[in-house]
Ligand binder design. Structure first.
Ligand code: 13P
Length: 342
């Protein structure tokens, strides 16, 4: 294991108050988002979408790494320049989603287990040779009646740890993503309990599989009440519950916690990340960063609408959200930033 390469990459991913852009929607997910906006659901539309994202002027000022999908990592700009070159020229580290999706878990109605371990060693080798330096695997945890089960949490944590160990063997920093979903009417306290339990399982398994904590990034959900919970929480309550959860479960050797957005609006995700950094940045051992997909891309996608004429406005919107999140890492995000668009 190249420990120095792994810890240097992990540090670089959360350095300088930057964060990750998750642009790794699978083809079905990307097509679903396109369909809602009447954008053609074909390879050329997906390529064009990813081209304007990676060529967004100034993106490297707030984005340290971009997570790609297998189709995207092999694609090029219209002029033939590989996306990988565009990203590295902009100072953005390329990463790759390597799981093959969350499937129904046998014997566990309502629960999911993520697949993709078979053949993973060879795929990781190829991605490293192509230039990727980190990878992502997402486990999905559902809160419901009697859910998650202990065996569901254990199986997902075990798969995450097997993936992480293989990544480190290949020189890729594993981004370990156990996502507790927002769907449901559970309380903030319930999400705290489940997220804590999920993370406890994840770090037990990471240790069992001999994963080097200095060479990984954790990508968790924020601790939030369910979307259907009548008692919603303030930005500060979310910040406190989320950091309390990590202080109890995430070892100090982990260099960074890069949140997923999970369907929160761009503004709320920035405000909550900002509150965490305002209240805790100087007191926690890890960087509190971001690895957002929807909370960075969605407003820009809605502006683009699949039309060339809208590309420049869409790029501005994308860069704006990325900059808001960099400001949030510094505890300097304000609602006024949304009005000025800067
Ligand atoms: P969201 O930020 O849209 O939740 O996506 C993050 C991600 O990478 C999901 O795997």
């Amino acid at each position: 294991m190249n420990e120095l390469l792994l810890s240097d990459t992990a540090k670089a991913l959360v350095d300088d108050d930057k964060g990750l852009l998750a642009m790794d929607e699978s083809t079905p997910t990307c097509n679903k988002r396109f369909a809602k906006l009447g954008i053609p659901q074909d390879e050329e539309a997906r390529r064009a979408y990813r081209e304007w994202i990676v060529t967004t002027p100034g993106l490297g000022e707030s984005i340290s790494g971009a997570i790609l999908y297998d189709e995207t990592i092999r694609q090029q700009k219209k002029d033939g320049t590989p996306f990988l070159k565009v990203l590295t020229d902009a100072g953005i580290i390329p990463g790759i989603k390597v799981d093959t999706g969350a499937k129904d878990m046998a014997g566990h109605p309502g629960e999911k287990i993520t697949e993709g371990l078979d053949g993973l060693r060879d795929r990781l080798k190829e991605y490293f040779q192509m230039g990727a330096r980190f990878a992502k695997w997402r486990a999905v945890i559902v809160i419901g009646d009697g859910l998650p089960s202990r065996s569901g949490l254990e199986a997902n944590a075990h798969a995450l740890a097997r993936y992480a160990a293989l990544c480190q063997e290949a020189g890729l920093v594993p981004v370990v993503e156990p996502e507790v979903l927002m769907e449901g009417d559970h309380t903030l306290g319930c999400c705290l309990k489940v997220t804590e339990e999920a993370l406890r399982n994840v770090f037990i398994q990471l240790n069992c599989q001999r994963v080097m904590l200095e060479g990984m990034i954790l990508k968790p959900n924020m601790v939030l009440p369910g979307l259907g919970c009548p008692q919603q929480a303030s930005v500060e309550e979310v910040a406190d519950a989320t950091v309390q959860c990590f202080l109890r479960t995430v070892p100090a050797a982990v260099p960074g916690i890069a949140f997923l957005s999970g369907g929160q609006s761009g503004e709320l995700a920035s405000a909550r990340l900002n509150a965490m950094n305002v209240r805790f940045k100087s007191r926690v051992p890890w960087a509190l960063a971001f690895s957002f997909a929807r909370a960075i891309q969605q407003p820009a996608l809605e502006i683009w609408q699949g039309k060339e004429a809208n590309v420049s406005a869409a790029q501005k919107a994308l860069n704006h959200r990325a900059q808001c999140n960099r400001a949030a890492r510094r505890g300097e995000y304000t609602a006024a930033m949304e009005k000025t668009g800067s």
